[in-house]
Design a protein around this ligand. Structure first.
Ligand code: PCA
Length: 212
């Protein structure tokens, strides 16, 4: 199997993004599966164009995108992307869409078709904090999750796709006012998520819902 694994470049005044830092450390092969790693720009539209070019070039079986969610306390496997761009800050090229539709003819939302509950359970089983998340926000990460699933639902129907948000690294929060996770644990969590996704086509009804 081939997995396209993407990580965003730094944004919002940060000098690093744990997403790409971790992606770069994931091995090029997991079991017998090829991992194709790609840094993508934190830019509306361009990010998903870069991903579609890589889909055409590499023909992956799975597309998994990784992004930073500063303040989160755990690795968050996203369930759903919604059809809205609402930037709290501008992206890396100065775009700040507010309440704009991503795809005029797209569905309001698309669910990841990866086994998200199993991925979370597998990460937790290795003593790494992980949760299912029901919102990827309204910034470029949601844009990319929605965009990947829109491409899969309309054009690349055999591909499976999803998104994982990761916490800050300790060096980004030295003042101690935000949660963080080591690069080693983030990287291992991503590897476990991939190992689970490549070997599980269906999910399981595991407890992992949320009241907020
Ligand atoms: N996180 C941002 C965009 C890029 C990234 O790593 C987000 O959560 O939307």
């Amino acid at each position: 199997m081939k997995v396209l694994l993407t990580g965003f470049d730094p944004f919002g005044g940060e000098s690093i993004n744990p997403a790409y830092e971790a992606v770069a450390l994931v091995p090029d092969m997991i079991q017998t599966h090829d991992i194709i790693k790609l840094e993508i720009p934190t830019v509306f539209r361009k990010s998903i164009q870069v991903i579609e070019s890589a889909i055409i070039e590499h023909q992956p079986d799975i597309v998994l995108a990784i992004g930073q969610a500063g303040g989160r306390m755990a690795i968050a496997v996203e369930r759903v992307g919604i059809n809205v761009d609402d930037g709290r800050i501008a992206d890396n090229e100065g775009n700040q869409p507010i309440d704009e539709v991503i795809e005029r003819d797209g569905k309001n939302a698309y669910f990841s078709n990866l086994p998200i509950k199993k991925m979370v359970e597998a990460i937790k089983a290795q003593n790494i904090p992980a949760v299912v998340s029901n919102s990827a926000g309204t910034y470029v990460c949601n844009h990319v999750l929605y965009g990947i699933m829109h491409l899969i639902n309309t054009k690349y129907k055999d591909i499976r796709g999803g998104f994982i948000h990761v916490p800050f690294l300790p060096q980004q929060v030295v003042n101690g006012n935000m949660a963080s996770m080591s690069l080693d644990l983030i990287t291992r969590g991503i590897e476990i998520a991939i190992e689970t996704a490549v070997s599980n086509y269906t999910d399981e009804k595991l407890v992992g819902g949320s009241i907020f």
